[in-house]
Design a protein around this ligand. Structure first.
Ligand SMILES: O=C[C@H](O)COP(=O)(O)O
Length: 250
């Protein structure tokens, strides 16, 4: 399982760079603009320059409206600024058809510019609270639009977590559907260390975190701490080893 960490700017990206050996993807975000809030192009550029070259930089395009042209242009902006993972939060899409239309525009805009870029279609585990597309539709949306991964996060950061809204069995189906379509499955949403055993067991490819690696576990007032990134990673590795041993023993 890959570890994606979301800094809110250059200062926290430097903390990620310090902990680079413990993480896999640095995900540029602007949390005060929403769960998948988009940051400025120059921040993406500065973070790309600050993070070791072998670590991919991801950028969120925002909690986007159902405006396919606007979103495609924003996604291209993130790619031009140096992100190779482009994440789109389909906040304003109420139906799978709308979400597919938005994601098709993103995929074309990004891949025309950079064919090896990795496009992530993200829904929200707590979609029922904001009236957007059903989270379990995301693997199909990602597949039909030519994206590379399906992701879930939570829209409302009020302490509720991924599994409060989409229980482990449903997340397992999400992962299976993504894999059946040849996609990676990414899961996030106030994930904590105690969720790692389940995320490992169900075959999650990418886990995204912020709060869990911030001081005090607080994604708003805490700052990302390299030592917390290292210990989160150690816990991931422990679960991966335990799971491998259990599977081998069967
Ligand atoms: O993409 C991952 C998110 O930044 C998750 O943030 P969170 O762990 O604070 O919910």
């Amino acid at each position: 399982m890959l570890l994606l960490i979301s800094p809110d700017g250059v200062e926290e990206a430097l903390a990620c760079a310090e902990a680079a050996e413990h993480l896999d993807i640095v995900d540029v975000k602007k949390p005060d603009e929403g769960s998948l809030g988009a940051n400025f192009p120059w921040v993406i550029r500065e973070i790309r320059a600050a993070v070791p070259a072998d670590k991919p930089v991801s950028a969120t395009v925002g909690d986007v409206p159902y405006k396919p042209g606007t979103v495609a242009q924003a996604a291209l902006g993130a790619a031009v600024s140096g992100a190779t993972y482009i994440k789109v939060g389909l906040y304003g899409c109420g139906t799978p058809d709308q979400a597919i239309e938005v994601m098709r525009g993103v995929v074309r805009a990004v891949k025309d510019f950079r064919p090896d870029a990795f496009v992530v279609a993200s829904g929200y585990a707590d979609a029922h609270r904001i009236g957007c597309v059903n989270p379990l539709a995301l693997p199909d949306i990602a597949h039909r639009s030519g994206a590379d991964a399906a992701m879930l996060d939570t829209a409302v950061k009020d302490g509720t977590r991924l599994f409060d809204h989409v229980p482990p069995d449903a997340c397992a189906r999400f992962v299976q559907q993504a894999h059946a379509a040849g996609l990676l499955a990414a899961l996030a949403g106030s994930v904590k260390r105690e969720d790692l055993a389940t995320l490992t067991r169900i075959g999650t490819d990418i886990v995204g975190v912020r709060g869990a690696v911030c001081e005090g576990g607080d994604r708003d007032t805490g700052r990302i701490q390299p030592r917390l990134v290292a210990s989160f990673r150690a816990e991931m590795d422990r679960h991966a080893q335990e799971f491998a041993a259990t599977t081998a023993a069967r």
